[in-house]
Ligand binder design. Structure first.
Ligand SMILES: Cc1ncc(CN)c(N)n1
Length: 255
């Protein structure tokens, strides 16, 4: 019924996506108004399994269940400090691309600038927390999974990577942490009191709103993107999910 006379041939993503939206609205006419399904929503449904693997990883579950091995936590802390330092130039590159590439009537630059400012606080927080846990940041050697993730970030800094593609990576990286740590703050969680502050850092509501603003930026960009850029952006999302899982694995295994 909703094939649109395409006789079984697979339409390009954008066409297919518009058609899905149309079909939903059409099916619900007179019954109820359906909210528009965004590209990110489509992706999160399609890749739910991978997404849950990144946001409900055993490392996160062990914090939430209160049986985290503190040496795994310390490994994560030291490795993440290194990651965040590499994340700063990446976010700065997204900011530059937003300035150059979007018409910015929607305030993308301000949202991303807020992210850069938050990273300044994040780095100070890592230093304070490392001191508290007796982690020597100056002697941390980046592990393989961290090195590969940082290399991936560097590859996204290239001016050849479109703003939309880089923004998708940025949104996904921030959102995975937000969802993961928010999970550790739910009412039935048994997160140890000494780790609550860490979970609050990314799991708090205002970080959640910031992630929603990033998602709105991404969806606006994707709506006007070519099929080629949409394909690249989806592949980038998948790579972020894989890197995040590897990153948690690295901390969890304490290798
Ligand atoms: C690995 C990783 N991913 C995401 C974030 C959140 N900025 C982080 N600090 N570290």
């Amino acid at each position: 019924m909703c094939d649109g006379g395409n006789q079984g041939k697979k339409p390009a993503f954008k066409t297919q996506f518009k058609k899905q939206q149309f079909c939903r609205n059409w099916l619900h006419t007179g019954i109820q108004m359906q909210a528009k399904i965004t590209v990110t929503e489509t992706w999160l449904r399609k890749h739910r399994h991978l997404y849950d693997g990144a946001t409900r990883h055993p490392f996160i579950r062990s914090i939430r269940d209160g049986n985290i091995d503190i040496s795994a936590f310390k490994t994560w802390l030291g490795q993440d400090y290194i990651f965040v330092r590499a994340f700063v130039p990446f976010v700065a590159s997204v900011l530059t691309k937003a300035y150059k590439g979007s018409d910015d009537g929607n305030g993308d630059v301000e949202v991303i600038l807020g992210g850069v400012a938050a990273l300044h606080d994040e780095i100070s927080w890592f230093k304070k927390e490392a001191f508290k846990w007796g982690v020597q940041l100056s002697s941390i050697v980046p592990q393989k999974a961290n090195q590969e993730y940082c290399r991936f970030l560097e590859s996204l800094i290239s001016p050849e990577v479109e703003y939309t593609v880089a923004a998708v990576a940025f949104w996904a990286i921030e959102t995975i942490y937000q969802e993961s740590f928010a999970h550790c703050l739910e009412d039935d969680s048994k997160t140890p009191p000494e780790l609550k502050e860490t979970c609050q850092r990314w799991g708090n509501e205002s970080f959640g709103e910031y992630c929603n603003s990033l998602r709105n930026i991404v969806d606006r960009q994707l709506e006007k993107a070519s099929d080629d850029v949409i394909t690249k952006a989806e592949a980038t999302l998948l790579r972020v999910l894989e890197h995040e899982v590897d990153f948690w694995n690295m901390s969890h295994r304490r290798t």
